[in-house]
Every structure is written in structure tokens, then in C-alpha cells.
Design a protein around this ligand. Structure first.
Ligand code: NFA
Length: 101
């Protein structure tokens, strides 16, 4: 095969290998205090106060908000950490994950 054919196939193979990213989604509820949600977002997802407040308020108003995207393992771990933090404090706070298109 020609040089350019090889290059094309190499490129195609790399694209196939790129790991699919997964969204971590914050789900609204009626019980978890706003400040608690903001604190969990800062601790688990390392976002600053402003970003954390915006994410919390988007979920509060719209029902859900995408917090961040990670590889599958990291997304699932972070979602569990956030959900567990709520559970430990007696709140129904929930984070879910979903694969990106
Ligand atoms: N809706 C909650 C309240 O009014 C705040 C909240 C926002 C909870 C986002 C969960 C997710 N206290």
C-alpha cells in the first residue's frame, strides 16, 4: 500500500482507541440544602465556588446539570463519592453517569 494509505489507517486506529467519555450528572431533589450541594461539588469535582454555585442552580432550576466529563471509571467513582457524601449526611443527593454520544 502507499504511504498515504498507511497514514490514513493509522489515524483511523487511533480514533477507535480514544476512550469514550462519560458525563457526571447532578440530579435535583427537594431536600439537600443548596450550600451542601455546593460544598460537595467543590470537594469531589474540584470546581471553584462560582462554578459550583452555577452547577447547583442549573440542576435546581432545570432538574439536572452536567458537572464534568471523565473516562468511565473516573466518572463512576466521582458520582459514587458525591452520592455517598449526601447519604452520609442524610440527604438524597444523587449523581448519575451517562456515556457521551
Ligand atoms: N433543590 C435543592 C433545594 O432547594 C437544592 C439542590 C440543587 C439539590 C441541586 C440537589 C441538586 N434545597
Amino acid at each position: 500500500v502507499s504511504d498515504s494509505d498507511t497514514r490514513l489507517r493509522t489515524k483511523a486506529r487511533r480514533k477507535t482507541q480514544r476512550p469514550k467519555l462519560h458525563k457526571v450528572i447532578l440530579v435535583n431533589d427537594d431536600f439537600t440544602p443548596r450550600e451542601f450541594v455546593v460544598a460537595v461539588l467543590k470537594a469531589v469535582f474540584r470546581v471553584n465556588e462560582d462554578q459550583s454555585y452555577r452547577i447547583m442552580m442549573t440542576a435546581h432550576r432545570r432538574g439536572v446539570c452536567v458537572v464534568a466529563v471523565y473516562t468511565k471509571d473516573v466518572a463512576e467513582t466521582k458520582a459514587s463519592e458525591g452520592t455517598e457524601a449526601g447519604k452520609a449526611a442524610g440527604y438524597p443527593l444523587m449523581f448519575t453517569t451517562e456515556p457521551e454520544e
